[in-house]
Design a binder for this molecule. Structure first.
Ligand code: PLP
Length: 396
Protein backbone atom coordinates (compact mmCIF):
# COMPACT_ATOMS: atom_id res chain seq x y z
CA UNK A 1 0.00 0.00 0.00
CA UNK A 2 2.82 2.37 0.94
CA UNK A 3 4.38 1.50 -2.42
CA UNK A 4 1.22 2.57 -4.23
CA UNK A 5 1.33 5.93 -2.47
CA UNK A 6 5.01 6.37 -3.29
CA UNK A 7 4.51 5.42 -6.94
CA UNK A 8 1.56 7.76 -7.42
CA UNK A 9 2.87 10.75 -5.50
CA UNK A 10 4.13 12.65 -8.55
CA UNK A 11 0.87 11.97 -10.37
CA UNK A 12 -1.27 13.10 -7.41
CA UNK A 13 0.51 16.34 -6.48
CA UNK A 14 -0.46 18.37 -9.59
CA UNK A 15 -4.01 17.07 -9.36
CA UNK A 16 -4.36 18.31 -5.79
CA UNK A 17 -3.11 21.69 -6.98
CA UNK A 18 -6.18 21.91 -9.25
CA UNK A 19 -8.64 22.23 -6.35
CA UNK A 20 -8.82 25.93 -5.46
CA UNK A 21 -10.63 25.40 -2.15
CA UNK A 22 -8.05 22.83 -1.04
CA UNK A 23 -5.08 24.94 -2.06
CA UNK A 24 -6.53 28.00 -0.30
CA UNK A 25 -6.89 26.10 2.98
CA UNK A 26 -3.67 24.17 3.58
CA UNK A 27 -4.36 23.97 7.32
CA UNK A 28 -7.60 22.05 6.71
CA UNK A 29 -8.13 18.47 5.50
CA UNK A 30 -11.39 17.84 3.64
CA UNK A 31 -12.35 14.27 4.54
CA UNK A 32 -16.03 14.35 3.58
CA UNK A 33 -16.05 13.63 -0.16
CA UNK A 34 -18.73 10.97 0.32
CA UNK A 35 -21.14 13.76 1.27
CA UNK A 36 -20.11 15.95 -1.62
CA UNK A 37 -16.87 16.29 -3.55
CA UNK A 38 -14.74 19.40 -4.03
CA UNK A 39 -14.51 20.79 -7.55
CA UNK A 40 -11.38 21.10 -9.66
CA UNK A 41 -10.65 24.35 -11.50
CA UNK A 42 -11.68 22.77 -14.82
CA UNK A 43 -15.24 22.37 -13.52
CA UNK A 44 -15.36 25.96 -12.27
CA UNK A 45 -14.02 27.10 -15.65
CA UNK A 46 -16.62 25.09 -17.55
CA UNK A 47 -19.42 26.67 -15.51
CA UNK A 48 -18.01 30.16 -16.05
CA UNK A 49 -17.53 29.50 -19.75
CA UNK A 50 -21.04 28.19 -20.23
CA UNK A 51 -22.67 31.09 -18.39
CA UNK A 52 -20.47 33.64 -20.12
CA UNK A 53 -20.92 32.31 -23.65
CA UNK A 54 -24.16 30.44 -24.24
CA UNK A 55 -26.50 30.50 -21.25
CA UNK A 56 -30.07 29.87 -22.46
CA UNK A 57 -32.81 27.31 -21.97
CA UNK A 58 -32.41 23.84 -23.49
CA UNK A 59 -34.81 22.27 -25.96
CA UNK A 60 -36.60 25.57 -26.56
CA UNK A 61 -35.74 28.43 -28.88
CA UNK A 62 -33.96 28.40 -32.22
CA UNK A 63 -31.27 31.02 -31.73
CA UNK A 64 -27.59 30.06 -31.31
CA UNK A 65 -27.33 30.17 -27.50
CA UNK A 66 -30.42 27.97 -27.13
CA UNK A 67 -29.08 25.57 -29.75
CA UNK A 68 -25.68 25.49 -28.06
CA UNK A 69 -27.32 24.72 -24.71
CA UNK A 70 -29.46 21.95 -26.19
CA UNK A 71 -26.39 20.49 -27.85
CA UNK A 72 -24.43 20.71 -24.58
CA UNK A 73 -27.13 18.77 -22.72
CA UNK A 74 -27.13 16.07 -25.41
CA UNK A 75 -23.33 15.92 -25.33
CA UNK A 76 -23.48 15.51 -21.57
CA UNK A 77 -25.79 12.51 -22.00
CA UNK A 78 -23.24 10.93 -24.31
CA UNK A 79 -20.50 11.83 -21.84
CA UNK A 80 -22.27 9.99 -19.05
CA UNK A 81 -22.70 6.94 -21.28
CA UNK A 82 -19.03 6.93 -22.17
CA UNK A 83 -17.98 7.37 -18.55
CA UNK A 84 -20.08 4.36 -17.57
CA UNK A 85 -18.56 2.22 -20.31
CA UNK A 86 -21.94 1.82 -22.00
CA UNK A 87 -21.47 -0.82 -24.72
CA UNK A 88 -24.69 0.07 -26.56
CA UNK A 89 -25.26 3.84 -26.22
CA UNK A 90 -27.92 3.86 -28.96
CA UNK A 91 -30.14 1.70 -26.79
CA UNK A 92 -29.71 3.44 -23.45
CA UNK A 93 -30.91 6.73 -22.02
CA UNK A 94 -29.63 9.29 -19.52
CA UNK A 95 -31.98 11.32 -17.38
CA UNK A 96 -30.57 14.20 -15.33
CA UNK A 97 -31.68 14.63 -11.73
CA UNK A 98 -30.76 16.72 -8.69
CA UNK A 99 -28.86 13.83 -7.12
CA UNK A 100 -28.99 10.12 -6.37
CA UNK A 101 -32.03 10.41 -4.08
CA UNK A 102 -34.17 11.92 -6.82
CA UNK A 103 -32.78 9.44 -9.32
CA UNK A 104 -33.75 6.41 -7.24
CA UNK A 105 -37.19 7.86 -6.52
CA UNK A 106 -37.70 8.46 -10.25
CA UNK A 107 -36.84 4.86 -11.11
CA UNK A 108 -39.24 3.70 -8.41
CA UNK A 109 -42.19 5.93 -9.27
CA UNK A 110 -41.84 6.38 -13.01
CA UNK A 111 -40.65 2.94 -13.96
CA UNK A 112 -41.05 0.25 -11.34
CA UNK A 113 -44.51 1.12 -9.99
CA UNK A 114 -46.16 0.61 -13.39
CA UNK A 115 -44.62 -2.79 -13.88
CA UNK A 116 -45.61 -4.66 -10.75
CA UNK A 117 -48.64 -6.87 -10.30
CA UNK A 118 -50.25 -8.46 -7.29
CA UNK A 119 -47.91 -11.03 -5.75
CA UNK A 120 -44.75 -9.69 -7.38
CA UNK A 121 -41.56 -9.37 -5.35
CA UNK A 122 -38.70 -6.89 -5.26
CA UNK A 123 -35.37 -7.40 -3.47
CA UNK A 124 -33.78 -4.30 -1.97
CA UNK A 125 -31.04 -3.44 0.56
CA UNK A 126 -32.19 -2.74 4.13
CA UNK A 127 -28.93 -1.39 5.58
CA UNK A 128 -27.58 0.85 2.83
CA UNK A 129 -28.43 4.51 2.27
CA UNK A 130 -32.00 5.47 3.14
CA UNK A 131 -32.29 6.86 -0.41
CA UNK A 132 -31.99 3.28 -1.71
CA UNK A 133 -34.72 1.89 0.55
CA UNK A 134 -37.41 4.54 1.01
CA UNK A 135 -38.45 4.73 -2.69
CA UNK A 136 -39.08 0.98 -2.94
CA UNK A 137 -41.15 1.01 0.25
CA UNK A 138 -43.10 3.95 -1.15
CA UNK A 139 -43.89 1.90 -4.25
CA UNK A 140 -45.27 -0.84 -2.03
CA UNK A 141 -47.52 1.70 -0.27
CA UNK A 142 -48.58 3.36 -3.50
CA UNK A 143 -49.60 0.01 -5.00
CA UNK A 144 -51.28 -1.14 -1.79
CA UNK A 145 -53.57 1.90 -2.03
CA UNK A 146 -54.57 0.60 -5.48
CA UNK A 147 -55.22 -2.89 -4.09
CA UNK A 148 -51.98 -4.37 -5.50
CA UNK A 149 -49.93 -6.25 -2.91
CA UNK A 150 -46.23 -6.65 -3.59
CA UNK A 151 -43.58 -8.15 -1.34
CA UNK A 152 -40.35 -6.30 -0.50
CA UNK A 153 -37.58 -8.73 0.42
CA UNK A 154 -34.18 -7.94 1.89
CA UNK A 155 -31.09 -8.21 -0.24
CA UNK A 156 -29.09 -10.32 2.22
CA UNK A 157 -25.69 -9.34 3.60
CA UNK A 158 -22.76 -11.60 4.31
CA UNK A 159 -21.55 -11.63 7.91
CA UNK A 160 -18.13 -10.17 8.46
CA UNK A 161 -17.37 -8.67 5.07
CA UNK A 162 -20.34 -6.31 4.87
CA UNK A 163 -20.80 -7.65 1.34
CA UNK A 164 -24.05 -8.93 -0.16
CA UNK A 165 -24.48 -12.66 0.21
CA UNK A 166 -25.10 -14.39 -3.14
CA UNK A 167 -25.98 -17.73 -1.57
CA UNK A 168 -28.64 -16.20 0.67
CA UNK A 169 -29.84 -14.10 -2.26
CA UNK A 170 -30.43 -17.26 -4.28
CA UNK A 171 -32.86 -18.38 -1.57
CA UNK A 172 -34.73 -15.04 -1.75
CA UNK A 173 -35.14 -15.02 -5.51
CA UNK A 174 -38.08 -16.80 -7.08
CA UNK A 175 -40.35 -16.75 -10.12
CA UNK A 176 -42.12 -13.60 -8.86
CA UNK A 177 -38.90 -11.59 -8.41
CA UNK A 178 -39.28 -8.58 -10.69
CA UNK A 179 -36.56 -6.18 -9.57
CA UNK A 180 -33.39 -5.90 -7.49
CA UNK A 181 -31.91 -2.71 -6.04
CA UNK A 182 -28.31 -2.75 -4.84
CA UNK A 183 -25.47 -0.41 -3.88
CA UNK A 184 -22.08 -0.41 -5.56
CA UNK A 185 -19.93 0.90 -2.69
CA UNK A 186 -21.39 1.16 0.82
CA UNK A 187 -21.49 4.74 2.09
CA UNK A 188 -20.60 3.81 5.69
CA UNK A 189 -18.58 0.60 5.48
CA UNK A 190 -16.75 1.62 2.34
CA UNK A 191 -17.06 -1.87 0.92
CA UNK A 192 -17.34 -2.65 -2.76
CA UNK A 193 -20.43 -4.82 -2.53
CA UNK A 194 -19.40 -7.16 -5.37
CA UNK A 195 -22.61 -6.50 -7.23
CA UNK A 196 -21.37 -8.26 -10.36
CA UNK A 197 -22.34 -11.47 -8.58
CA UNK A 198 -26.02 -10.50 -8.42
CA UNK A 199 -26.70 -11.07 -12.12
CA UNK A 200 -25.45 -14.64 -11.87
CA UNK A 201 -27.95 -15.31 -9.11
CA UNK A 202 -31.04 -13.56 -10.47
CA UNK A 203 -30.64 -14.66 -14.08
CA UNK A 204 -30.78 -12.63 -17.29
CA UNK A 205 -34.27 -11.14 -17.07
CA UNK A 206 -34.57 -9.39 -13.70
CA UNK A 207 -33.78 -5.66 -13.88
CA UNK A 208 -31.07 -4.53 -11.44
CA UNK A 209 -30.84 -0.91 -10.29
CA UNK A 210 -27.45 0.14 -8.95
CA UNK A 211 -26.92 3.03 -6.56
CA UNK A 212 -23.46 4.16 -7.66
CA UNK A 213 -23.38 7.35 -5.56
CA UNK A 214 -20.15 6.31 -3.84
CA UNK A 215 -18.39 4.71 -6.77
CA UNK A 216 -18.70 7.12 -9.69
CA UNK A 217 -15.48 9.12 -9.80
CA UNK A 218 -13.72 6.75 -7.42
CA UNK A 219 -13.07 3.73 -9.61
CA UNK A 220 -13.23 2.59 -13.24
CA UNK A 221 -16.84 1.82 -13.99
CA UNK A 222 -18.25 -0.62 -16.54
CA UNK A 223 -21.96 -1.26 -16.91
CA UNK A 224 -21.07 -4.08 -19.25
CA UNK A 225 -19.14 -5.87 -16.52
CA UNK A 226 -21.68 -5.20 -13.80
CA UNK A 227 -24.56 -6.12 -16.10
CA UNK A 228 -27.09 -3.84 -14.43
CA UNK A 229 -30.07 -2.02 -15.97
CA UNK A 230 -30.09 1.27 -14.08
CA UNK A 231 -27.14 3.23 -12.74
CA UNK A 232 -28.08 6.08 -10.44
CA UNK A 233 -25.49 8.53 -9.17
CA UNK A 234 -24.89 11.97 -7.71
CA UNK A 235 -23.06 14.38 -9.99
CA UNK A 236 -22.09 16.51 -7.00
CA UNK A 237 -20.22 13.58 -5.42
CA UNK A 238 -18.41 13.19 -8.77
CA UNK A 239 -17.07 16.78 -8.69
CA UNK A 240 -19.96 18.45 -10.54
CA UNK A 241 -22.06 21.25 -9.01
CA UNK A 242 -24.50 20.66 -6.16
CA UNK A 243 -27.97 19.73 -7.41
CA UNK A 244 -26.73 17.38 -10.13
CA UNK A 245 -27.15 13.67 -10.70
CA UNK A 246 -28.17 11.19 -13.36
CA UNK A 247 -30.01 7.97 -14.08
CA UNK A 248 -28.60 5.80 -16.83
CA UNK A 249 -31.05 3.19 -18.10
CA UNK A 250 -30.09 0.34 -20.35
CA UNK A 251 -33.51 -0.06 -21.91
CA UNK A 252 -32.95 -3.71 -22.69
CA UNK A 253 -35.23 -5.40 -20.20
CA UNK A 254 -38.70 -3.93 -20.66
CA UNK A 255 -39.63 -0.63 -22.29
CA UNK A 256 -37.34 2.36 -22.20
CA UNK A 257 -37.09 4.51 -19.14
CA UNK A 258 -39.11 7.68 -19.77
CA UNK A 259 -39.76 9.58 -16.60
CA UNK A 260 -43.27 11.00 -16.67
CA UNK A 261 -44.57 14.49 -16.16
CA UNK A 262 -43.48 17.85 -17.46
CA UNK A 263 -39.75 18.04 -16.87
CA UNK A 264 -39.45 21.82 -17.02
CA UNK A 265 -36.18 23.66 -17.40
CA UNK A 266 -33.17 21.41 -16.89
CA UNK A 267 -30.26 22.35 -14.64
CA UNK A 268 -28.15 23.34 -17.63
CA UNK A 269 -25.29 24.77 -15.57
CA UNK A 270 -25.17 21.64 -13.44
CA UNK A 271 -25.25 19.44 -16.53
CA UNK A 272 -22.38 21.42 -18.09
CA UNK A 273 -20.44 20.98 -14.86
CA UNK A 274 -21.11 17.24 -14.87
CA UNK A 275 -19.71 16.82 -18.38
CA UNK A 276 -16.60 18.77 -17.34
CA UNK A 277 -16.24 16.76 -14.13
CA UNK A 278 -16.41 13.45 -16.00
CA UNK A 279 -13.83 14.76 -18.49
CA UNK A 280 -11.57 15.70 -15.60
CA UNK A 281 -11.98 12.36 -13.83
CA UNK A 282 -11.25 10.41 -17.01
CA UNK A 283 -8.18 12.51 -17.72
CA UNK A 284 -6.92 12.04 -14.15
CA UNK A 285 -7.56 8.30 -14.49
CA UNK A 286 -10.17 6.58 -12.33
CA UNK A 287 -7.86 3.57 -12.01
CA UNK A 288 -5.23 5.74 -10.34
CA UNK A 289 -7.78 7.60 -8.25
CA UNK A 290 -8.91 4.21 -7.03
CA UNK A 291 -5.37 3.01 -6.29
CA UNK A 292 -4.54 6.23 -4.44
CA UNK A 293 -7.66 6.42 -2.27
CA UNK A 294 -7.72 2.68 -1.54
CA UNK A 295 -4.11 2.95 -0.33
CA UNK A 296 -4.95 5.95 1.87
CA UNK A 297 -8.02 4.20 3.31
CA UNK A 298 -5.96 1.07 3.93
CA UNK A 299 -3.36 3.07 5.82
CA UNK A 300 -6.07 4.66 7.95
CA UNK A 301 -7.80 1.33 8.62
CA UNK A 302 -4.53 -0.32 9.60
CA UNK A 303 -3.58 2.57 11.87
CA UNK A 304 -6.97 2.60 13.57
CA UNK A 305 -6.95 -1.17 14.03
CA UNK A 306 -3.85 -0.76 16.18
CA UNK A 307 -5.52 1.77 18.49
CA UNK A 308 -7.57 0.06 21.19
CA UNK A 309 -9.91 3.01 21.69
CA UNK A 310 -11.38 2.72 18.19
CA UNK A 311 -13.71 0.32 16.44
CA UNK A 312 -13.63 0.37 12.65
CA UNK A 313 -17.03 -0.39 11.14
CA UNK A 314 -17.56 -2.92 8.37
CA UNK A 315 -14.70 -4.77 6.79
CA UNK A 316 -11.57 -4.30 8.93
CA UNK A 317 -9.14 -5.67 6.44
CA UNK A 318 -7.02 -3.17 4.60
CA UNK A 319 -5.77 -6.00 2.38
CA UNK A 320 -9.14 -5.75 0.79
CA UNK A 321 -7.91 -4.78 -2.66
CA UNK A 322 -6.69 -8.27 -3.54
CA UNK A 323 -9.41 -10.21 -1.80
CA UNK A 324 -12.40 -11.75 -3.57
CA UNK A 325 -14.96 -10.46 -1.16
CA UNK A 326 -13.48 -7.82 1.15
CA UNK A 327 -12.85 -4.63 -0.67
CA UNK A 328 -12.66 -1.37 1.19
CA UNK A 329 -12.68 1.68 -1.05
CA UNK A 330 -12.23 5.30 -0.01
CA UNK A 331 -14.45 5.36 3.10
CA UNK A 332 -13.50 4.48 6.68
CA UNK A 333 -16.08 4.83 9.48
CA UNK A 334 -15.17 4.32 13.11
CA UNK A 335 -16.21 4.94 16.70
CA UNK A 336 -14.28 5.88 19.81
CA UNK A 337 -14.85 3.71 22.88
CA UNK A 338 -15.76 6.69 25.09
CA UNK A 339 -16.13 9.84 23.00
CA UNK A 340 -19.53 10.15 21.28
CA UNK A 341 -19.08 10.38 17.51
CA UNK A 342 -20.60 13.85 17.21
CA UNK A 343 -18.20 15.16 19.86
CA UNK A 344 -15.31 13.47 18.13
CA UNK A 345 -16.33 15.21 14.91
CA UNK A 346 -16.12 18.61 16.64
CA UNK A 347 -12.81 17.75 18.25
CA UNK A 348 -11.39 16.66 14.91
CA UNK A 349 -12.49 19.91 13.30
CA UNK A 350 -10.64 21.82 16.00
CA UNK A 351 -7.56 20.03 14.63
CA UNK A 352 -8.45 20.93 11.04
CA UNK A 353 -10.16 17.70 9.91
CA UNK A 354 -13.56 17.94 8.24
CA UNK A 355 -15.30 14.60 8.72
CA UNK A 356 -18.92 13.54 8.95
CA UNK A 357 -20.17 12.31 12.31
CA UNK A 358 -23.75 11.06 12.59
CA UNK A 359 -25.81 8.12 11.38
CA UNK A 360 -24.95 8.91 7.72
CA UNK A 361 -28.58 8.41 6.59
CA UNK A 362 -28.09 4.66 6.84
CA UNK A 363 -31.42 2.86 6.64
CA UNK A 364 -32.33 1.27 9.95
CA UNK A 365 -29.44 2.86 11.89
CA UNK A 366 -30.45 4.66 15.06
CA UNK A 367 -29.03 8.18 15.36
CA UNK A 368 -27.36 7.18 18.65
CA UNK A 369 -25.56 4.54 16.66
CA UNK A 370 -23.53 7.13 14.73
CA UNK A 371 -19.89 7.03 13.75
CA UNK A 372 -17.19 9.26 12.39
CA UNK A 373 -16.77 8.82 8.65
CA UNK A 374 -13.61 9.72 6.81
CA UNK A 375 -14.10 9.73 3.06
CA UNK A 376 -11.19 10.36 0.76
CA UNK A 377 -10.67 11.61 -2.74
CA UNK A 378 -7.78 12.29 -5.05
CA UNK A 379 -6.74 15.56 -3.37
CA UNK A 380 -6.15 13.87 -0.01
CA UNK A 381 -2.61 12.99 0.98
CA UNK A 382 -0.71 10.45 3.05
CA UNK A 383 0.40 13.34 5.26
CA UNK A 384 -3.24 14.17 6.06
CA UNK A 385 -3.91 10.56 7.00
CA UNK A 386 -0.78 10.37 9.19
CA UNK A 387 -1.71 13.62 10.90
CA UNK A 388 -5.24 12.33 11.52
CA UNK A 389 -3.87 9.10 12.98
CA UNK A 390 -1.57 11.13 15.21
CA UNK A 391 -4.51 13.19 16.49
CA UNK A 392 -6.63 10.08 17.04
CA UNK A 393 -3.75 8.44 18.89
CA UNK A 394 -3.55 11.41 21.25
CA UNK A 395 -7.30 11.16 21.88
CA UNK A 396 -7.10 7.54 23.04
N1 PLP B 1 -26.89 6.69 -2.09
C1 PLP B 1 -25.74 6.67 -1.42
C2 PLP B 1 -24.97 5.39 -1.32
C3 PLP B 1 -25.24 7.84 -0.84
O1 PLP B 1 -24.10 7.81 -0.18
C4 PLP B 1 -25.99 9.04 -0.97
C5 PLP B 1 -25.54 10.31 -0.36
O2 PLP B 1 -24.86 10.34 0.62
C6 PLP B 1 -27.18 9.01 -1.68
C7 PLP B 1 -27.60 7.82 -2.23
C8 PLP B 1 -28.02 10.26 -1.87
O3 PLP B 1 -27.36 11.09 -2.76
P1 PLP B 1 -27.85 12.58 -3.07
O4 PLP B 1 -27.34 13.41 -1.95
O5 PLP B 1 -27.16 12.90 -4.36
O6 PLP B 1 -29.30 12.58 -3.19
Amino acid sequence: MADALEELRSWQRPLRAQFPIIVANPELAYLDSAATAQKPQAVLDAVQHYLATSNANAGRGSYPWANATTAAVERARDRVKRFLGDPAPDHSSVHFTSGASEGLRTVARDWLADRLADGDEVVVPFADHEANLAPWLEVRELLARQGVKIRVRELPYQDGSGDYDPAALAASVGPRTRFVAATHVHHVYGVDMNVHRIRRVVGPDVPICLDAAQSIGHLPFSVAELDVDFVVFSGHKAMALPGTGAVWARGRRGPRFRPGGWAGTPNTVGIASLAAALDWLDAAGTDRIEAWTVALAARLTDGLSRLDAYEVLGCRSSLAADSEVQRRRSIVAFRHRDIPSRDLGFILYSHGFMVRSDGHCQAGAAESDGSVRVSLHVHNTAEEVEKLLGTLTNLQ
